[in-house]
Write a protein that binds this ligand. Structure first.
Ligand code: F6P
Length: 377
């Protein structure tokens, strides 16, 4: 019987439990044995009690649980070959030769490196006498399949990552709550949202809450943006030449500015919530508060979309394991135009890294083009 293991790695994301549940149940339904590796790569490096056989009923009720019930970690040991050597030994001893990893680009890159090193790792383990020749020969290849779990929605080649829409929903609710108090006091709020170097959460939160101004890493504002932000916030009508600044006079009682945690200006200097607040206070005399949403954006139950996405992708991951051959590069399970698809994992990682590279080189048009080729200024 084929043995398929699933693990979650990197930052937790709502929907990861649904993904684990789907991989476990689909594996069993296909006549395979299912395993979970607890605590991400840390569990793989430690072995023993961290690698657990999973049965159908072990994942009962997991669709509606937030976070990841099998734990996750950002593991330093696995970034080194000695850590991966220990991981390989534990997989061979458990008889596992297929690994479904649910995590962000760093976690999926780690998985692909592991796969590429696999024959060398086994040869070394045999030489060291840690595994026998026989054990080695029955584990010639390691199948890796990536599921993208991250609230940031920062992976190229897929329209959505598992957890992003749950996080966005939470941000939307929080901004709605803030709206009520902002309106009551006629205040401005600067809301900082997560997303690391990706502005998807901030941009979509801005769209879905009708925010007055949004700061993103991929599209820094023009120089002297402070003036422009104040003009927009003061002006109700988009054409200020026909209407003078009438923010409060027009009865507009609240201002919401959303700042992505990775927001920068054109010189790559961070744009912080504090700086934006100071501008609103000094230039517009608005009574302004800052709300950093923090980890409430990541915890909590998954929205329906993420549960469905994770379930369909978990099922597809097991199919990909069963259909894999050594000549097919590790796949990443994606969603494109509402269809669950398979994409070469390392192409997606390469494109994701290219966005960061463009930003680092101040090629913001290039970054936007990679994020969305159809984007128009
Ligand atoms: O990648 C998910 C994420 O929540 C990012 O949005 C954020 O920058 C980071 O993880 C926070 O990491 P930690 O929980 O380790 O502080």
């Amino acid at each position: 019987k084929k043995r398929i293991a699933v693990m979650t790695s990197g930052g937790d994301a709502p929907g990861m439990n649904a993904a684990v549940r789907a991989v476990v149940r689909m594996s069993i339904a296909q006549g395979c044995e299912a395993y979970a590796i607890y605590e991400g790569y840390e569990g793989l490096v430690q072995g023993g009690k961290f690698i657990k056989r999973m049965h159908w009923e072990d994942v009962r009720g997991w669709l509606s649980e937030g976070g990841t019930l099998i734990g996750t970690a950002r593991c330093k040991a696995f970034t080194e070959r000695t850590g991966r050597l220990r991981g390989a030994k534990h997989l061979v001893l458990a008889g596992i030769d297929a690994l479904v990893v649910c995590g962000g680009d760093g976690s999926l890159t780690g998985a692909d490196i592991f796969r590429s090193e696999w024959p060398g790792l086994l040869a070394e383990l045999t030489k060291l006498g840690e595994i026998s020749e026989d054990q080695c020969s029955s584990f010639k290849t390691l199948n890796i399949v990536g599921l993208v779990g991250s609230i940031d929605n920062d992976m190229s080649s897929t329209d959505a990552t598992i957890g992003a829409y749950s996080s966005l929903t939470r941000i939307c609710q929080a901004v709605d709550f803030i709206d009520a108090t902002a309106y009551s006091h006629s205040r401005a709020f600067v809301v900082e949202v997560m997303g690391r170097h990706c502005g998807w959460l901030a941009l979509m939160a801005g769209l879905s809450t009708g925010a007055d101004f949004v700061f993103l890493p991929e599209k820094p504002p023009q120089d002297k943006w402070e003036k422009e932000m104040c003009r927009i916030i003061k002006t109700v009508d988009p054409n200020p030449s026909t209407h003078p600044p009438i923010h409060r006079a027009a009865g507009k009682r609240k201002t919401i500015v959303i700042v992505a945690e990775g927001a920068i200006d054109r010189e790559l200097k961070p744009i912080t919530a504090t700086y934006v607040r100071d501008i609103l206070v000094d230039e517009l005399r608005l009574d302004t508060r800052i709300t950093t949403l923090g980890h409430v954006q990541r915890g909590g139950t998954a929205c329906a979309f993420d549960r469905i996405l994770a379930t369909l992708q978990g099922e597809e991951a097991v199919k990909a394991v069963l259909e894999s051959t050594p000549d097919i590069p590790s796949p990443m399970i994606a969603i494109n135009e509402n269809k669950i698809t398979r994409k070469p994992l390392m192409d997606a990682v390469r494109l994701t890294k290219a966005v960061a590279e463009c930003i680092k080189n101040k090629d913001f048009a290039g970054a936007m083009d990679l994020r969305d080729p159809e984007f128009e200024e």
